[in-house]
Design a protein around this ligand. Structure first.
Ligand SMILES: CC(C)(COP(=O)(O)OP(=O)(O)OC[C@H]1O[C@@H](n2cnc3c(N)ncnc32)[C@H](O)[C@@H]1OP(=O)(O)O)[C@@H](O)C(=O)NCCC(=O)NCCS
Length: 309
């Protein structure tokens, strides 16, 4: 069914694979450097939950004019992200139509999201009963990465760092699931690492057990994002992220974002060693209950689009 708000005749529908390049283009127009989206995000959303990413389309031009995703990341947890309307269409009630579709789709499960700012957070709280988690906020460590050999962990005895090859993938997925409240994120991990312009490494011990992994990916606005960086301790996290950053071409080091929890001071200290600075501090909100995962192993979150970890 189509909607008519003022003079715009539009529909809100689930995304199709053919829409992905247009959605990437739309996000480039809407999102600034502050809120970049990883390039494979539309495809990855479709693979995790084919019914969870909604787009608004102007029926007179056929153009995509907005998006909002409500991904069911597990039977009991949804995540809202990518809520945006093209600037020339904002303020005409299109966003709330998409939002309502997403809320109806997710139903009565626990939902997490990162509000853009305080004002938007208050709206989500007042109208939809989302509550801000009190014990942690997300910080954006950003800037140009300087890889300084003198200050970074170069090796750890008994630890091998290598790319996530097929034989190591299931170990990574199990490790990840243990960090993320038992959620199976195979589709997310595979989707991200198989997309062009991503880099990844895993750390394994002498028994070939995974003790951390790191993915770095390209986003819109020429931003490079580190995430997830999960590890058993800060030395492993530093080793992994240093080695992974060393794989990147120079131009990919110019505008890097590293999203971590403000309570993980060890993680902030690692980012500062690369010259990154704290630029944004955002809350996370939940509709029913806070879900943390293993906070001591989360050095950067995986994405502000689909997961609260
Ligand atoms: C936020 C955004 C998606 C809203 O879409 P929109 O079509 O412009 O929405 P409208 O302004 O027509 O919405 C009407 C009202 O409902 C509010 N509203 C919109 N979505 C809402 C929601 N999910 N919950 C509660 N209130 C909402 C709007 O703030 C506005 O309130 P106001 O009249 O007090 O200003 C759009 O402004 C946008 O793309 N902004 C840039 C990206 C961004 O910041 N996204 C939000 C991330 S948290």
């Amino acid at each position: 069914m189509s909607n008519s708000n003022q003079n715009i005749n539009f529909i809100v529908r689930t995304i199709r694979v053919a829409d992905c390049p247009d959605l990437r283009e739309l996000w480039c127009q809407i999102y600034s450097n502050k809120s970049s989206k990883f390039k494979s995000a539309p495809e990855v959303a479709i693979s995790i939950d084919p019914n969870g990413l909604f787009v608004a389309q102007d029926l007179s031009t056929g153009k995509l004019i907005g998006s909002c995703s409500g991904i069911k990341v597990s039977p009991n947890l949804g995540f809202i992200g990518g809520y945006a309307v093209s600037p020339e269409y904002q303020g005409q009630g299109i966003g709330p139509v998409m939002w309502k579709k997403v809320m109806d789709y997710l139903g009565d499960i626990n939902i997490a999201l990162f509000p853009r700012d305080q004002e938007m957070g208050e709206k989500y709280g007042k109208k939809w009963n989302f509550q801000i988690a009190k014990h942690k906020r997300l910080v954006h460590m950003t800037g140009k990465v300087v890889l300084n050999d003198d200050i970074c962990v170069k090796n750890i005895d008994g630890i091998t760092v290598c790319p996530i090859t097929t034989d190591l993938l299931s170990g990574v997925i199990d490790y990840d699931s243990d960090v993320c409240n038992g959620i199976d994120r195979r589709l997310f991990i595979e989707g991200v690492i198989n997309f062009p312009e991503t880099w990844n490494l895993v750390a394994i011990n002498e028994r070939r057990e995974v003790c951390g992994y790191c993915i770095i990916y390209s986003a819109n606005c020429d931003v490079t994002i580190v995430g997830p960086l999960y590890a058993d301790n800060e030395q492993l996290a530093e080793l992994l992220v240093t080695r992974c950053l060393q794989l990147l071409p120079e131009d990919r080091l110019q505008n890097v974002k590293y999203h971590c929890w403000d309570i993980n001071l060890k993680s902030i200290a690692i980012a500062e060693k690369f010259g990154l600075k704290l630029t944004v501090n955002r809350p996370i909100m939940y509709s029913k209950q806070t879900i943390d995962g293993k906070l001591d192993k989360i050095f950067t979150v995986s994405s502000t689009m689909y997961y609260p970890f």
